[in-house]
Design a protein around this ligand. Structure first.
Ligand code: NAP
Ligand code: ZN
Length: 353
């Protein structure tokens, strides 16, 4: 198969820093779009994958080129694609393929398809090996997995919606959050700050739980009605039995029983954070009050477009720190210290320098 070469940044082992690489992309097929990548967000999942922290569930193949919060412009259009044109503002999230035919795909839940292909470290059916993500100058993606960016949204600040946005929007919708709901958001990083903005726009009462004293003021500015320092046992106890829904976005090992205790009867806590190690949970936290604990992974393509349109209507984008790609390793170290306000986004023009 004919290929194009493109500049990228990736890692060659779990212990090496990200560095420049040259990778191959397929030439667009009849159903593909070729996209010049303008911005790509840095998700904590990029870091987990680069360092092979999810080895037991999805081992990393090296070299790995991360990045699944991609926005850019169309530069070539396959012969059978009728609804996109060169120059269109487009986005690509965590998925680039699926069988398109199973019950999950038919329902628009491509994330559950047995053949779903992740944007990076997934099986590349076209070129063999693994897929390479958005820390690169261009990408070729089947039209089914390309999203449209609302005209009123800033492109760089839209990038994080493609993972942090949909990963929080999807469970908020699934658990029917709306006016009258009391929603907790645990962890104010990339996912957490999107959860606050989206739940606030859904008219819920939002309470943020953070370990960082420095984020308290920001939490209110982002849309929280209340902020609780999770180390403050008294402040935690004041919320006992009062939440309809809590979304936990924490990337590292932590206690979840104290949050389960804050749910109302029949309340739900959804984990979206994906720490490497299992989290302990007491049976009593769940059986008392028939509470439930569940998880959620990204969202399907129709729901991702719905989320982008929702954000367009409400003027919601991420709060970002725009960085050149040369600062990516520094950004990873800052993520590990919870020093993120609230999403790093790479300006991909910097890849040429
Ligand atoms: P992030 O920006 O690094 O934010 C994580 C936040 O968790 C931190 O800012 C911090 O918030 C809190 N935190 C970190 N370490 C902690 C600890 N030891 N104890 C308590 N709180 C701690 O990460 P992200 O990009 O939002 O991703 C969060 C997690 O979601 C990652 O594990 C990622 O892989 C996962 N993820 C899952 C999906 C999915 O589909 N389910 C999609 C994307 C990402 P405070 O400073 O406020 O305490
Ligand atoms: Zn992500």
């Amino acid at each position: 198969m004919k290929t194009n070469e493109t500049r990228a940044w990736g890692a060659t082992s779990a212990t090496s820093p990200l560095a420049p690489l040259t990778i191959k992309r397929r030439l667009p097929t009849a159903t593909d779009l070729q996209i010049e990548i303008l911005y790509c967000g840095i998700c904590h999942s990029d870091l987990h994958t680069v360092r092979d922290e999810w080895n037991r569930f999805m081992p990393t193949t090296y070299p790995v080129v991360p990045g699944h919060e991609i926005v850019g412009r169309v530069t070539a259009v396959g012969a059978e694609v009728e609804d996109f044109a060169i120059g269109d503002r487009v986005a690509v999230g965590c998925l680039v393929d699926s069988d398109g035919d199973c019950p999950h795909c038919r329902e628009g839940n491509e994330q559950f398809c047995a053949q779903a292909v992740f944007t990076f470290n997934g099986a590349d059916a076209h070129l063999g090996g693994v897929t390479y993500g958005g820390y690169s100058r261009s990408i070729v993606v089947d039209r089914r997995f390309v999203l449209r960016v609302p005209e009123n949204l800033d492109l760089a600040a839209t990038a994080p919606l493609l993972c942090a946005g949909i990963t929080t929007y999807s469970p908020l919708r699934h658990w029917r959050v709306g006016a009258g709901s009391k929603v907790g958001v645990v962890g104010l990083g990339g996912l957490g700050h999107m959860a606050v903005k989206i739940a606030h726009a859904m008219a819920a009462r939002v309470v943020v739980f953070t370990t960082s004293t420095s984020k308290q003021e920001d939490a209110r500015r982002l849309g929280a009605d209340e902020v609780v320092l999770s180390k403050d046992a008294e402040a935690m106890a004041a919320h006992e039995g009062s939440f309809d829904f809590i979304i936990d976005t924490v990337s590292a090992r932590h206690e979840i029983d104290p949050y389960l205790a804050l749910l109302k009867p029949d309340g739900n806590l959804t984990l979206v954070g994906a720490p490497t190690e299992p989290l302990p949970v007491s049976s009593f936290s769940l059986i008392m009050g028939r509470r439930s604990l569940s998880g959620s992974v990204i969202g399907g393509i129709p729901e991702t477009q719905e989320m982008l349109d929702f954000c367009g209507r409400h003027g919601i984008v991420a709060d970002i720190e725009l960085i050149p790609i040369q600062k990516v390793n520094e950004a990873y170290e800052r993520l590990l210290k919870s020093d993120v306000k609230y999403r790093f986004v790479i300006d991909m023009a910097s890849i040429e320098s």
